[in-house]
Each structure stands twice: as C-alpha cells, then as structure tokens.
Design a protein. Structure first.
Length: 187
C-alpha cells in the first residue's frame, strides 16, 4: 500500500505541474479539430466494484470543430476489467472462465471547451461485449477534462469520466481516466 501511496502522490504532483504549465500556455482556445490516441484506466463503482477490481484499455477519438468552443466527437475504445480475487477463485472453483470479457465501446458526442483548455463532454453509444457472442449495451459517459497544448499541433488530453453500460438487465458503472496524445492544427 505504501508504494501505491507514493505512486499516487507522484502522479498528483505531475498532474498539478502539467496543469500549471498548460494554464500559462493557454492563450488559444483548444476547440479545434483533432484526433487522439490514449490509454484508459477504469475504477468500478457500485455493484460493479463487488465483481471487478479495475479496468484497462485504449481508445481512439476524433473531434470536429463546429463552433468556437464546441467540437463533435466520435470514439472507439477497448476495455477489459480484472476480476476481484474472491470472484476469480469462485469462478475457478466452478470451472468457469476467469478471463474478463473485452468490451468495444463506440460512441458519438459533443465536447464544450471553456476557459481555453478545460472541457465538459458527453458521449452516447454502444458497448459491445466480445466474448461468448457479441452483446450490446447502451453506453453513456459524461466527462470533465483538460487539453494541455505542447504546440499548435500537438497536445495531451486528460479526462475523467463516469461511464455506464446498461443492457440485458445488467449495469456496469465506473470512473474512467483517459490520458491521450492528440494531433490537430490550431489556427
């Protein structure tokens, strides 16, 4: 647990330093067309936290600027969650599959930029479970984040979202953290 505390404090300090640097650079509005590729971590909430410990994956997002502070978004991502140890042992005892199902989420939405680099976003779509036949669930994800420009063409996109997948009488919910590298051309 001590190493987790050190990792968390270092991550927090790094995030604060990056945000401070970005605020000093943020003369331009970050609402411009861009694409990004990122790493995603998921932290289950509610009943989902009784089954899964955490999730991981990746995502690709495209943004198209339609107004000064508004972008339309489209994204596709892959995520898998790890079972809690007690759940995994129970599955092994019952000779059931212990590899978590992979999920491909395809979503469309909008991202509104305020304060130059900060944004609020909402995406809706489908989360498609891949194992044991494809099953689809309704997916929604409100997000708060920041775009940290490195130059007029490159930057980092850091977002924290709450995401839910509802379908077939079940629900998965989690907080997601996305760290992505973005490429676009700011005018």
């Amino acid at each position: 647990m001590n190493s987790l505390l050190k990792w968390t404090s270092r991550s927090f300090l790094t995030a604060v330093l990056l945000l401070t640097a970005a605020m000093l650079q943020a003369q331009n509005n970050a609402a411009f067309s861009k694409i990004s590729l990122g790493f995603v971590m998921g932290f289950p909430t509610g009943k989902t936290a009784k089954v899964y410990i955490n999730g991981y994956g990746g995502s690709f997002k495209a943004e198209y600027n339609i107004l000064r502070s508004l972008n339309l978004t489209g994204s596709v991502g892959y995520q898998a969650f790890r079972y809690r140890d007690d759940v995994k042992k129970r599955l092994e005892y019952n000779q059931e599959e212990t590899q978590p199902d992979g999920v491909v989420a395809i979503k469309l939405g909008a991202k509104y930029y305020f304060g130059g680099i900060y944004y609020a976003a909402l995406e809706l779509g489908a989360a498609n479970t891949l194992e044991n036949g494809i099953t689809s669930s309704f997916s929604y994800g409100p997000t708060l984040g920041v775009f940290l420009p490195f130059s007029k063409s490159y930057g980092a996109d850091l977002g924290l979202r709450y995401e839910g997948w509802k379908g077939n009488g079940a629900q998965v919910s989690f907080f997601g953290l996305r760290a992505a590298f973005a490429i676009g051309k700011n005018k």
